[in-house]
Design a protein around this ligand. Structure first.
Ligand code: XBP
Ligand code: MG
Length: 236
């Protein structure tokens, strides 16, 4: 029996990855770095989840001779750069630039009304989750019983840790839950925790390998606009 839905955030609830990419590039420019992550490179870098982990991977792979101009140890420099990125990302969200994906608002509302419990399992920070809902659907934030996010676990997706953490907090076995994801690392993490997974594809993840997923969808429902138009017609 389905008792809970566990949602990924980035790419699943909203097409946030383009916002994350811009925010990374803005933070690099602010720091005087000549780094730029175009979409094709970012698609590859998404294989490493977590912003700090992604920057560390980029340096190791693409800037092997880099040393922080500030003289800080590298982990400290990365943490500061990532904090600057988070500020840029929050500003993008607050500007209303990133809506929820089609069907998300309705699915959350209908699940809540049907008594299905809601949770989040994401690699991004709790602040970014709050900022997304503040900008799109503030009433829904409180509907999530558990928000498993960011550094709450040591190993990020594709490790199963964040899903195991959320299942433990919900006190539910994986068979009573369904994960909703957009990416291969997310699907792998959820499968590793024993969950069935539904995938809502997006441009950054459409060519990922979704081995083990139950169902691949383009999105989670009809866009709100035609739906409203239809009910408008029925009333006229
Ligand atoms: C999302 C991520 C995150 C975001 C950036 O993966 O990988 O790293 O790109 O977020 P998932 P932070 O959707 O599988 O959770 O910079 O806040 O880490
Ligand atoms: Mg995702």
């Amino acid at each position: 029996e389905l008792k809970a839905l566990i949602f990924d955030v980035d790419g699943t609830l909203a097409e946030t990855e383009e916002g994350h990419r811009l925010a990374f590039n803005r933070a690099f420019a602010d720091a005087g770095l000549d780094w730029d992550w175009p979409p094709a490179l970012y698609t590859e870098l998404l294989a490493v989840t977590g912003g700090k982990e992604r920057i560390a991977h980029y340096i190791a792979r693409h800037r092997p001779d880099f040393t922080p101009p500030t003289g800080q140890p590298l982990p400290e420099f990365i943490a500061a750069l990532h904090a600057a990125k988070t500020k840029h990302y929050a500003a993008l969200l607050a500007g209303g630039g990133i809506p929820l994906r089609p069907g998300v608002a309705r699915l959350l509302r209908e699940a809540k009304d049907a008594g299905v419990r809601l949770a989040i399992a994401t690699t991004t920070s709790p602040e970014n989750v709050t900022a997304l809902f503040d900008a799109t659907m503030p009433e829904a934030l409180g509907w999530f019983e558990v928000i498993g996010a960011g550094d709450a676990v040591p190993c990020k997706k594709p490790a199963p840790d964040i899903y195991l953490h959320v299942l433990a907090a919900l006190r539910l076995p994986p068979a009573d839950c369904l994960a909703i994801e957009d990416s291969a690392p997310g699907t792998h993490a959820a499968r590793g925790a024993g969950l069935q997974v539904i995938v809502a594809l997006n441009d950054y993840t459409a060519s990922n390998d979704f081995e083990g997923a139950m169902l691949l969808l383009d999105h989670l429902g009809e866009p709100d606009v035609p739906f409203k138009l239809l009910s408008g017609n029925a009333n006229s």
